[in-house]
Write a protein that binds this ligand. Structure first.
Ligand code: PMP
Length: 459
């Protein structure tokens, strides 16, 4: 047979025009790259807190591209800042040259961090930010031992999968660091969950001491922790847990790294950084998601002695590039100028109160928790605490059918995650609560029916 590349190529193109996007996605993208919904959607336009799919359906967005569209869509101040950079002709220079927007953004973040004389390094993602935090702390401490929390998520690369305490996201046991996992992040199913705040903190602190004494050689590099576990299902430990941890870590110079990828930029309402709720200043914070409002930017802010400890060169070709930093400066200014943190707190309280009302009416809701606009609703089989991933799936479909996009997560995939843009209005909170009320009622009835047939639940 004669090889005719042009013909093959053309025929391939013609075929793909007829093939649904979902089939083309499945053919060329990895099987482990999950899509939401039995009938996945393609979002083609957006404005404010609303997105529209390729079939013309409009949705109120309560997941914001996984907490990334912090401000929402089509915000003039951000689009204009990006456009000005585009118009300059400079999309990229590399960090071999001075980037004014990068320096300005680093100055702002260093000041906001509360870390004395802080320095900032920019990456393209949260994973890269946490990889850098691991590199710095292991070099600084000359130790490959790291503490992480059970039910954590810190990224998808080797080091960050190594400190991810969630089977569903741990594709490999290979790890460049030796990890010990401690209790504390996920209170609802913790063996200490029944205790008061103070006793819970004490039990977790005792556990940390025991883990240090039994599974490490003492000279541990760092503890990496999400102030509120994101992928883990918006799990909120009692305020003060990390203060108790830090006192123990400080006894042997172990660094505290706060992973603020989901909790940063005011999303938790009461504070600008999630770790602020615990009354401690960490040695390092990692960030990403909301800072770019959709642009690829992440990074970390750290004590200067820790940041400067590397003895070899290190570079991120794209990290903190002119486009990303132009946009991120505009995002950060917008968040601060419009006090979106205060709005996150106000709307978060309204949303949370509405959800607690729903919880009283629907036994399928096992727990409502969160801070600001980061609220998790853990779904269970009626009559107990067995996780109900089936109910969560049902709520996802029923909310979509009613024009609301929500997220899902948790160790058992049974937590509905609500994290709308921080520009959310009161009317939109009420609209979402109406839809959630209907969707949860459907899931509740369905769970009841299944429960009667299979009293043990499905695990
Ligand atoms: N840390 C946390 C807490 C996260 O939630 C995520 C992403 N879900 C990451 C790190 C990894 O970020 P990215 O996907 O940008 O690499």
């Amino acid at each position: 047979m004669v090889w005719t590349p042009a013909t093959d190529h053309t025929r391939g193109m013609a075929d793909t025009q007829q093939t649904p996007l979902i089939d083309r996605h499945r053919a060329v993208l990895p099987s482990w790259l999950a899509l939401y919904y039995a009938d996945p959607i393609e979002l083609v336009s957006a404005e404010g807190r609303h997105v529209t799919d390729a079939e013309g359906n409009t949705y109120l967005d309560f997941f914001a591209g996984i907490l990334t569209n912090a401000i929402g869509y089509d915000v003039a101040e951000i689009s204009d800042a990006i456009r000005r950079q585009l118009d300059s002709g400079v999309l990229h220079t590399s960090t071999l040259y001075l980037i004014r927007g990068q320096v300005e953004l680093a100055e702002k973040i260093a000041k906001l961090s509360g870390i004395r004389d802080a320095k900032v390094f920019f990456t393209n993602s949260g994973t890269e930010a946490n990889e850098t935090a691991l590199m710095l702390s292991t070099q600084f401490r000359r130790s490959n031992q790291v503490l992480a929390l059970r039910n954590s998520y810190h990224g998808r690369a080797f080091g960050t999968v190594g400190i991810t305490g969630n089977r569903g996201w741990s594709a490999s046991s290979l790890s460049p660091v030796k990890v010990s996992y401690v209790h504390g992040g996920y209170r609802y199913r913790s063996p200490f969950g029944h205790l008061s705040d103070a006793d819970y903190i004490q039990a977790c602190a005792d556990d940390l001491r025991e883990v240090l004494n039994t599974t490490t050689s003492g000279d541990v590099a760092c503890m990496v922790a999400e102030p509120i576990q994101g992928v883990g299902g918006f799990c909120v430990p009692p305020d003060g847990l990390y203060k108790a941890f830090k006192e123990i870590l400080d006894e042997s110079g172990i660094l505290l790294v706060s992973d603020e990828v989901q909790t940063g930029w005011g999303r938790t309402g009461e504070h600008f950084w999630g770790m602020d709720a615990h009354g401690v200043t960490p040695d390092m914070m990692t960030f990403a998601k909301g800072l770019g409002n959709g642009l690829a930017i992440g990074g970390l802010v750290a004590r200067p002695d820790v940041m400067d400890c590397l003895t070899a060169n290190s570079i991120s070709t794209f990290g903190g590039n002119p486009i990303a930093t132009a946009g991120a400066n505009a995002v950060l200014d917008y968040i601060l100028d419009n006090d979106l943190q205060a709005n996150a707190e106000k709307q978060g309280i309204r949303l949370s109160e509405g959800l607690h009302d729903l919880a009283h009416r629907h036994p399928v809701i096992g727990d409502v928790r969160g801070k600001g606009l980061m609220i998790g609703v853990e779904l269970v089989e009626p009559g107990g605490k067995d996780p109900s991933p089936r109910a969560a799936l049902r709520v996802l479909e029923e909310t979509k059918a009613r024009g609301l996009l929500v997220g899902k997560g948790g160790l058992y995939n049974n937590v509905i995650r609500l994290a709308p843009p921080m520009t959310l209005t009161e009317t939109e909170v009420d609209e979402a609560l109406d839809v959630l009320g209907e969707a949860i009622a459907v899931a509740d009835r369905a769970a009841d029916a299944v429960f009667e047939q299979h009293p043990g639940g499905e695990g």
